[in-house]
Design a protein around this ligand. Structure first.
Ligand code: AP5
Length: 222
C-alpha cells in the first residue's frame, strides 16, 4: 500500500533542537507532531492530578514514571489523525521500558533520528530559549529572535529551563540513551545538530526523503 503513512521518532539531549526540527518536518510532511513534554505540560496547565505528579519529576530533571507517560503517549498515537497522516514522535521513548511498551504493541517507526549536539551548546540554547504562548513557536534570544516587539513582549520561559536543571535533564538523558538506541539501531540516523537549524533540516529532510523512497519501492514490489 503506497499510502502507508510515515512514522518518525526524533531524539536527542535536552535543547538539541527536537521541537525546532519538528516544526519544519511538520510543515513539509504534514505529520502529526506528538511531543511527550508538551502532553505533560498540557496536563500541568489543566491542573490534573497526573500533571501535579509529573511536575515533581520534571522539576528535578527526572523521567516522569511510566504509569503516567506510557498510556498518555499510546493513546495519542492511536488517534485517527496520527494513524491517517503519519506521526512524528518527539521525546519518546526515553527509556528501555518505554520503547519496549511500543514494541509490544507492534508500533515501530520507519526511522529514528538522533540529533547530536555538544554539551556546551545545550546550556546556551536552554537559557536563551523563549516560547510564544499564542502560536506555540519556539524562539531563541540569539539564534531565532522574535519577529517583532509585540511577539517579544509576550514570550515566556519554561520552568525547567535553568542552567542547573538542564544539567540534571542531561544526566537523565545520558543514562538512558544507549538502551533506547539498542532497540532502534538498524533504523537510526545520526544528524549533526551543532549547525544552523536550516542546515540541520536539510540533513533531516534528506534522510526522510530516502525513507519514503525505500517505502514506496517495497510497497510497489509487493
Ligand atoms: P521535553 O519537553 O521533551 O524537554 P527536552 O527533551 O529537555 O527537550 P527540549 O524541549 O528542552 O528541547 P528540544 O530538543 O525540543 O529543543 P528546541 O527545539 O526547543 O521534556 C521535559 C521534561 O518532561 C523531561 O525532563 C521529563 O521530566 C519529562 N518527560 C518528557 N518526555 C518524557 C518521557 N518520554 N518519559 C518520562 N518523562 C518525560 O531548541 C532549544 C533552543 O535552541 C531553542 O531556543 C531553539 O530556538 C534553539 N535552537 C534549536 N535548533 C538550533 C540550532 N540548530 N542552532 C541554534 N539554536 C537552535
Amino acid at each position: 500500500n503506497t499510502d502507508e503513512p510515515l512514522k518518525v521518532m526524533i531524539s536527542g539531549a535536552p535543547a538539541s533542537g527536537k521541537g525546532t526540527q519538528c516544526e519544519l518536518i511538520k510543515k513539509k510532511y504534514g505529520l502529526v507532531h506528538i511531543a511527550a513534554g508538551d502532553l505533560l505540560r498540557a496536563e500541568i496547565a489543566a491542573g490534573t492530578e497526573k500533571g501535579k505528579r509529573a511536575k515533581e519529576y520534571m522539576e528535578k530533571g527526572m523521567l516522569v514514571p511510566d504509569e503516567i507517560v506510557v498510556m498518555m503517549v499510546k493513546e495519542r498515537l492511536l488517534q485517527a489523525d496520527a494513524q491517517e497522516k503519519g506521526w512524528l514522535l518527539d521525546g519518546y521513548p526515553r527509556s528501555f521500558s518505554q520503547a519496549k511498551a511500543l514494541e509490544d504493541l507492534g508500533i515501530r517507526p520507519d526511522i529514528f533520528i538522533l540529533l547530536d549536539v555538544s554539551e556546551e551548546s545545550l546550556v546556551e540554547r536552554v537559557v536563551g530559549r523563549r516560547l510564544d504562548p499564542v502560536t506555540g513557536k519556539i524562539y531563541h534570544l540569539k539564534y531565532s529572535p522574535p519577529e517583532n516587539e509585540e511577539i517579544a513582549a509576550r514570550l515566556t520561559q519554561r520552568f525547567d529551563d535553568t542552567e542547573e536543571k538542564v544539567k540534571l535533564r542531561l544526566q537523565t538523558h545520558n543514562q538512558n540513551v544507549e538502551a533506547v538506541l539498542s532497540i532502534y539501531e538498524d533504523i537510526t540516523v545520526r544528524v549533526d545538530g551543532n549547525i544552523s537549524k536550516e542546515i540541520v533540516f536539510a540533513e533531516v529532510d534528506k534522510a526522510l526523503a530516502s525513507v519514503i523512497e525505500k517505502k514506496s519501492k517495497t510497497s510497489s514490489a509487493a
